[in-house]
Design a protein around this ligand. Structure first.
Ligand SMILES: NC(=O)c1ccc[n+]([C@@H]2O[C@H](COP(=O)([O-])OP(=O)(O)OC[C@H]3O[C@@H](n4cnc5c(N)ncnc54)[C@H](OP(=O)(O)O)[C@@H]3O)[C@@H](O)[C@H]2O)c1
Length: 305
């Protein structure tokens, strides 16, 4: 990046070299990304997706779009599909839409966004705007962001599902303190998806919400898989433990495999602005996954840091 934080040709060359040098033995031509079924329909989703909070909130200039287009191209190339956005993320929905317009690969993606406002009319207006910005006649997943005006928006989303304008409904939050409220909403609304914070740094959902999602047949999107970044600070300067190198080639993959190996989790959505980080994150969808005993060992290791 240059001083203005712009993506230059030299950055592209550096990223391509970094991607090529990543130790990703599982990325053979035969390997396909692990997928999980959406319980309500059986449609399969690849376990690694992409978050867009902050990292896609940029101007739609050629310099800003280029690395993000590379990120989306990499996703598609490695078989990933879910992109998560929100009107709360300012320019992110438009950037996703601009990339889709450039690439023409809408059908390869599972587009998730959110409604984040009060009132039926405002919700409808916002959802229509999101569809336009994301270049999506049909939105794959519309989620009620942070449970805001939940009853009103769930009714609208179901109505739009009937009309064929939305495929799936969902509800989101990102705070451990909201999990009780989320649990009540799961019982009341029986959404097709929930999106919650779940990572090695935030395992509270393990106790009730994840088992409940399995019981009720609800797909789970794990947000903040790196706790928005601090998980990397916790391991800065440390090598991966020897026992983890069988299944992870990097700390990013260690963190993501902890999440996607939970049997109730459908997809994790790490956010990134950097193609070489996307390549790293996608690697977590391939190869061996930690079993229950190894997951315990990972949690104990992380707690001991
Ligand atoms: N209420 C809600 O619905 C809600 C709340 C929170 C989040 N979310 C969703 O969840 C997504 C993910 O959460 P998040 O954005 O808070 O944070 P996150 O994905 O936990 O972490 C993102 C940070 O990690 C860095 N990163 C990504 N891959 C990396 C790698 N392989 N190695 C080193 N650093 C890496 C990114 O920086 P670089 O750009 O340098 O890679 C960025 O700073 C959001 O974007 C959003 O879509 C939803």
């Amino acid at each position: 990046m240059n001083r203005n934080n712009h993506w230059t040709r030299r950055d592209a060359i550096k990223a391509a070299a970094a991607i090529a040098s990543l130790p990703l033995p599982a990325w053979s031509k035969e390997a396909t990304m692990l997928k999980r079924p959406i319980p309500k329909t059986g449609e399969e989703l690849p376990v690694i997706g992409l978050g867009t909070y902050n990292v896609f909130d940029v101007a739609s200039t050629a310099e800003e779009l280029a690395p993000r287009r590379e990120i989306v191209d990499l996703m598609i190339e490695k078989g990933a599909s879910l992109i998560d956005s929100s009107p709360m993320y300012n320019r992110a929905e438009k950037v996703v839409g601009d990339i889709i317009e450039q690439s023409g690969k809408r059908e390869k993606l599972f587009l998730a966004t959110k409604v984040w406002t009060d009132g039926k009319a405002s919700g409808e207006q916002q959802m229509a705007a999101s569809a336009k910005l994301m270049q999506a006649d049909v939105i794959d997943l519309m989620q009620v962001h942070n449970l805001r005006d939940l009853d009103v928006h769930m009714a609208t989303i179901r109505d739009w599902q009937q009309q064929g304008r939305i495929r799936y409904n969902g509800i989101t939050d990102y705070r451990a303190s909201a999990l009780d409220e989320l649990e009540a909403a799961m019982h009341k609304h029986r959404p097709q998806f929930i999106q919650i914070n779940y990572s090695l740094g935030e395992t509270e959902a393990d106790r009730r919400v994840l088992p409940l999602a399995s019981d009720l047949g609800i797909a789970v999107i794990a947000n903040r898989p790196f706790q928005s970044g601090p998980l990397f600070s916790a391991v800065r300067g440390r090598e991966l433990p020897g026992w983890a190198t069988d299944f992870a080639a990097s700390w990013g993959q260690f963190f993501l495999k902890f999440i996607v190996s939970h049997p109730s989790v459908t997809v994790a959505i790490p956010a990134t602005s950097k193609p070489h980080h996307m390549a790293d994150n996608l690697g977590a969808g391939f190869g061996e996954m930690p079993d229950a005993a190894t997951r315990k060992k990972m949690a104990a290791f992380f707690a001991s840091l």
